[in-house]
Design a protein around this ligand. Structure first.
Ligand code: PLP
Length: 477
């Protein structure tokens, strides 16, 4: 394809994207297709001859859109948001055009260097301690972009595992060879931690102990300390704790300051998973929720959830980068370069080898919106969640099941069984006007309402509530 055709194709696509975005409210948020819907719509083999781009444009509505769940619709209230903004889309275009694979500094210096600076910008925005910032820590700590929070959970767990194995070997007790140490390692997280935390334990082959949370769903220091002491008495080796700030179920916050003290006392790695809530720490009124962050060895949140940076962009900071670099260091001669050791080579700090130029998205978004614009976004969405909360409170048929802190409201039908609540949610989703998902909280079926789209406005909250109330009326609740 030559540049002239690309321009035409690109213009048509930009037009399509803006129309899609502007009119997304009119689309059915959840598709009605059944599994296997797509195969009959396209040929079973690729074309022998190239086709005009117009054919592809025509197929988007016919083939793709019927099977799209519209995550950016203001009627989408499921899971947590997936961030979306035009500046990030434009940055992704440039990233694709440059198309570098920035595994080492020399593989594309600007790819590495912009990421280092952007991670410092972002770290300052959420007021991370200096030890996490490259300049302030004189290169001891620093940030990097990962694909997802799940990768950050696994990567930090693996790094903590290496740290503890080394420690045990250097302070060798009789009979403690590597296999014995590995078999005794135990990690901890709250029973509200994201499933990727438990999965990180499975992938790394270590035990994961899920600590029971208190009645407001926080993991507390005492409960953690008790579990660690009990496990030590059994001969196990505690090595890693994940504190969740903003749980997936209800946006609950572990008591980081208490947990941090326990980790420091017990010599255990503390990782903070703030996948969703981390973005809100750019606003001072939420920052008390990260008290205790000074104890953390690593901290992660997803700008791709709530900070207008399109997927994928998960920000991970490590207090001592050397630990991660040394943990997984494989150094074939072909990857060395004249500036080796003078600056980060990100290949040492991630699971994949290749990496895209994702910091462009951060740069564009932070510059176009500025701190104030991003704060406005977080505050606006939180306000909408409180509007929904008030509607739940006013209707005696429903009850809130967790405090509303940010953009998530969890509720259920009062005095109804889990099965009845499940049927109720199925009926709501079945009508296709809004989309919500459920969760389970201490054996109770709950319904989650998240403010997701950047376009969500008060009228969409009112629309969603009317839909919920209509279904309840229809079911005779
Ligand atoms: N951690 C928490 C607290 C989450 O809420 C989520 C997803 O919602 C994740 C981790 C996983 O995020 P990712 O899709 O970036 O792996």
């Amino acid at each position: 394809m030559d540049s002239e055709t690309f321009l035409k194709f690109g213009e048509a696509m930009l037009k399509y994207i803006t129309e899609y975005t502007d009119n997304i409210r009119e689309r059915r948020v959840l598709p009605t297709v059944s599994p296997g819907y797509l195969r009959p719509l396209i040929p079973s083999s690729p074309p022998d001859e190239g086709e005009p781009w117009q054919n592809i444009m025509a197929d988007i509505e016919r083939v793709i859109m019927p099977g799209v769940t519209h995550w950016n619709s203001p009627h989408f209230h499921a899971y947590y948001p997936t961030a979306n903004s035009y500046p990030a889309l434009v940055a992704d275009m440039l990233s694709s055009a440059i198309g570098c694979v920035g595994f080492t500094w020399i593989a594309s210096p600007s790819c590495t260097e912009l990421e280092i600076v952007m991670m410092d910008w972002l770290g300052k925005m959420v007021h991370l301690p200096d030890k996490f910032l490259t300049v302030e820590s004189r290169g001891v700590g620093g940030g990097m972009i990962q694909g997802t929070a799940s990768e950050a959970n696994l990567l930090t767990l693996l790094t903590a595992r290496t740290r503890m194995v080394k420690y045990c070997k250097n302070n060798r007790k009789p009979g403690y060879d590597e296999t014995t140490i590995l078999g005794r390692l135990v990690a901890y997280a709250s029973d509200q931690a994201h499933s990727s935390v438990e999965r990180a334990g499975l992938l790394a082959g270590v035990k994961m102990n899920l600590i029971k949370t208190d009645d407001i769903l926080e993991m507390r220091g005492d409960a953690l300390k008790f579990a660690i002491r009990r496990d030590k008495a059994k001969g196990l080796i505690p090595f890693y704790v994940v504190a969740t700030l903003g749980s997936t179920n209800t946006c609950a916050f572990d008591k980081l300051s208490e947990i941090g003290e326990v980790c420091a006392e017990e010599g255990v790695w503390l990782h903070v998973d703030a996948a969703y809530a981390g973005s809100a720490f750019i606003c001072e009124e939420f920052r008390h929720l990260m008290n205790g962050v000074e104890f953390a060895d690593s901290f992660n949140f997803n700008p791709h959830k709530w900070l207008l940076v399109n997927f994928d962009c998960s920000a991970l900071w490590i207090a001592n980068s050397k630990e991660i670099v040394d943990s997984f260091n494989v150094d074939p001669p072909c990857l060395r370069h004249a500036s080796n050791g003078l600056i980060q080579d990100f290949r040492h700090r991630e699971i994949p080898f290749g990496r895209r130029f994702r910091s462009l998205k951060l740069w564009f978004v932070m510059r176009i919106y500025g701190l104030k614009g991003l704060q406005e976004h977080i505050r606006g969405q939180t306000k909408l969640a409180h509007e929904f909360e008030k509607l739940v409170e006013k209707d005696a048929r429903f009850e809130l099941v967790a405090p509303v802190v940010m953009g998530l409201v969890c509720f259920r039908m009062k005095d109804k069984t889990n099965e009845e609540n499940g049927k109720f949610l199925n009926a709501i989703n079945g009508r296709g006007k809004i989309h919500l998902v459920s969760s389970h909280l201490h054996g109770k079926y709950i319904i989650r309402f998240a403010v997701c789209s950047t376009a969500t406005a008060s009228k969409d909250v009112a629309f969603a509530w009317k839909e919920i109330a209509d279904v309840a009326d229809q079911l005779g609740v």
